[in-house]
Ligand binder design. Structure first.
Ligand SMILES: Cc1cc2nc3c(=O)[nH]c(=O)nc-3n(C[C@H](O)[C@H](O)[C@H](O)COP(=O)(O)OP(=O)(O)OC[C@H]3O[C@@H](n4cnc5c(N)ncnc54)[C@H](O)[C@@H]3O)c2cc1C
Length: 476
């Protein structure tokens, strides 16, 4: 058993954990970053196999510019290159005749004068809301917000698709405050970014920075328990030994942290009930296609129709096995961002669609079948060049990252759902009600889209923990 002592231990090298650990290490805080996987990156890690480098599922980021990525690369002097190709995203909409056509707001059918006016007011209001007015939208859903304006159906569907892909929640649960802040960031900074060498390079770069600043990283180390004595964090017990610290930051998810790593007996019942009640995002599941020939020519695709975005009703129907005519499709092609990520003349396409979040999903095959049918319909050439394919589902997402501690949880795409009651002023506090315990990542401390959300939390939680560390170190 190890007996090493640190100022801070960070459990998990996902975007949130890796960023917070590196920023603390830079401040001279003796930090230990642990992850059960053999590389940093969490749900957005990059693998290499048979000449391909790829994420396990489609991953692309936003905002691209004026982003936390740029701030991070500068702050930590990371040797990581952000790729922001022009026109990276092709969005296809199934028009009323059933054909998939490139989508641009307001959609293929010219808007009526009332719709044009409603759309103008929607954008104008969204871009000019004050911070206080945005806060007031914490309790308003995106559906309720957009329903204040008369907008074309295709535009509504596109906003619903973005609710599903950017936040991975139904449009009628997404908090409008979260939507407004994130879409504003993407309107000004663009979207569809990636990193040279693979998306995981940003988290790997942070893990390297932890070591460069004199702190420590241990991969392939699973935390089994967070040690608590008299309501105070003492360290962690792992499969590789025990490590001591008065502060632990968990990137393992608020529910697994409270219910498994700490144990509910350490918290008061009200807090345990609150944590159990938190709702995860939806999941994304799909297929990795390894193609003998480049078939796709955009780094990222999104396809949607008026009948396949998820609202609560459709998500509930999908859970019961009733799927729309076509799946909503999300694809990334890593080698179209960075050609070194595939052998010459070949292509890897990472394809995903929406699904319920639980790691214990009963009927994954119907989702894979629907996705394959839709892909073959939109890209009839693609199936001809499949050399090899791999299916992934919510159980794989959970095994890689967040443990399954409650029914219907574990395989979620983001973390907690960015829904009314869980965002903005209602977001769980990054400081747990135990001395020395903090959360980082998409469950607490930040806002935005997926990985960018995790990084935003990493910045904010590192700042919070640095202050806590300084206050408890000496005179106080
Ligand atoms: C299919 C899919 C597609 C996605 N597409 C996108 C996209 O296009 N764009 C985007 O921005 N985001 C995307 N995301 C979401 C994004 O990956 C997540 O929101 C983000 O990675 C969450 O970051 P995080 O810091 O909260 O932690 P996570 O990425 O969840 O990482 C948590 C880390 O903690 C570690 N850990 C957990 N428990 C333990 C333990 N007991 N001991 C040691 N280590 C532990 C895990 O191994 C993991 O490395 C996608 C996710 C999925 C699943």
């Amino acid at each position: 058993m190890s007996n090493e002592t640190y100022d801070v231990i960070v459990i998990g090298a996902g975007p949130g954990g890796a960023v917070s650990a590196a920023l603390l290490a830079k401040q001279g805080v003796k930090t230990l970053l642990l992850d059960k996987n053999d590389r940093a990156g969490g749900k957005a890690l990059t693998l290499s196999s048979k000449g391909f480098s790829y994420e396990l599922w489609p991953v692309s980021g936003g905002p691209s510019h004026s982003s936390r990525w740029e701030e991070l690369i500068k702050e930590l002097e990371l040797d990581v290159e952000l790729l922001t190709p022009e026109g990276a995203i092709l969005t296809l909409y199934r028009n009323p005749s059933g054909e998939y056509v490139p989508y641009q707001a307001p959609g293929p059918i010219p808007p009526t004068p009332e719709e044009a006016e409603g759309l103008g007011r929607f954008f104008n209001d969204m871009m000019s809301l004050s911070p206080q007015e945005i806060d007031a939208l914490d309790e308003v859903t995106c559906h309720e917000f957009v329903s204040r304006y008369q907008v074309p159906q295709a535009f509504y569907s596109s906003l619903a698709m973005q609710s599903n892909i950017v936040f991975v929640v139904p449009i009628d649960l997404l908090a409008a405050s979260e939507m407004v802040k994130t879409i504003r960031d993407m309107q000004s900074g663009g979207a569809g970014c990636y990193f040279k060498g693979g998306y995981g390079k940003i988290s790997e770069g942070c893990a390297k920075a932890v070591e460069r600043y004199g702190s420590e990283v241990r991969l392939r180390t699973r935390v089994e328990r967070i040690a608590i004595e008299e309501g105070q964090v003492r360290g962690v017990v792992t499969d590789k030994g025990t490590f001591h610290a008065p502060i632990v930051i968990s990137n393992a998810g608020i529910q697994p942290t409270v219910l498994k790593l700490v144990g509910e007996e350490q918290f008061d019942k009200g807090y345990v009930n609150y944590v159990k009640d938190l709702v995860p995002s939806l999941g994304i599941m799909g297929i990795r296609y390894f193609l003998s020939k480049p078939v796709l020519d955009h780094p990222m695709y999104l396809t949607f129709s008026d009948d396949n975005y998820f609202n609560v009703e459709r998500a509930t129907r999908a859970k019961a096995g009733q799927l729309p005519e076509d799946a909503l499709v999300f694809i990334t092609v890593p080698s179209l961002y960075d050609p070194s990520l595939a052998p010459a003349g070949k292509q890897c396409a990472l394809v995903g669609t929406l699904c319920p979040p639980g790691a214990d999903m009963e009927n994954p095959q119907i989702f894979w079948d629907k996705l394959e049918q839709t892909v073959a319909k939109i890209w009839p050439e693609l199936p001809k060049y499949i050399e090899h394919k791999e299916y992934y589902g919510t159980a794989d997402v959970s095994a890689l990252t967040r443990e399954h501690v409650l029914p219907g949880q574990g395989g979620e795409c983001i973390g907690l759902g960015q829904i009314v009651g869980q965002c903005g002023r209602h977001k769980p506090s990054a400081k747990a009600p135990l001395q020395g315990l903090f959360y980082v990542g998409c469950d607490a401390g930040g806002y935005g889209c997926g990985t960018h959300h995790g990084v935003d939390s990493g910045f904010r939680v590192a700042h919070m923990v640095l202050q806590y560390h300084q206050m408890h170190q000496g005179a106080f």
